[in-house]
Design a protein around this ligand. Sequence first.
Ligand code: ZN
Length: 263
Amino acid sequence: MSSSYYYNGNQYIPRDASNGNNGFITASLASSAIMGTIMPLCSKPFERQLAREHSQNYLYKDAFYKAAEASGLNKKGVKIIPMEYSKLINDYTAGKNASYSPRERLVRINTDKISIAGFHELGHAWNDIKGNLGKVLSKLRWPGRIAAGWLGTIALFSSPKPKDAPKNTFDKIKENSGKIAFACMLPTVLEEGLASYHGIKIARKTGLAEPLIKNMKKLYKKALLTYAGHAAATGLAVGAANMIMQKFTRPKKVENEYWNLFS
Ligand SMILES: [Zn+2]
């Protein structure tokens, strides 16, 4: 057993490397369990509706091909790559995903299956090219996600100081790592919401019938739930990792009843 020491009138026993290792394993398992439970729960409704949309794609396809022109995005060089002609086998060709690349100004989408999702991708293009807040948010997405990853690492560090010891900046960041990680994910969630908002506006410009717009809104809400779920799960997983590491590695206070009676 490590030798104890006194701090602020309390006796503490420092933890050793095996506490740190056990904490690391427990915290890692808890984090993956949290991510693995929350994320599928939040993404299933979207995935289910997107799969159903394949059968009524014909209702959206013509309007989608009009959308780049109706929004004026074609004049800015935005082009559509119909993935149904690609020989690759991936989520794009299977109609499970679509994307917008700001660098290339290209929308990749299977327009034979999920044209309904294409308006949202054009909404990303709108954010990136014509948006104000949208442009800022889209530039913050990747740095935010990288920072959230770092906070996940910081949460897994040991907490070698007693609970009431003075805190430096790093201690404060570590203690709030869950909340900060969640905040770092917010630009992504907000930019996704804004892309859907502009996507729906673009769809209206093409003259798409209102019941079809309504169905599109339903799908887009479910897509947003996927991103919000990812942000929440990240915050909770990072916060839990930090709490578990504190439990395992913080110096143990020796409760001395004798001392308490007379102090
Ligand atoms: Zn999106």
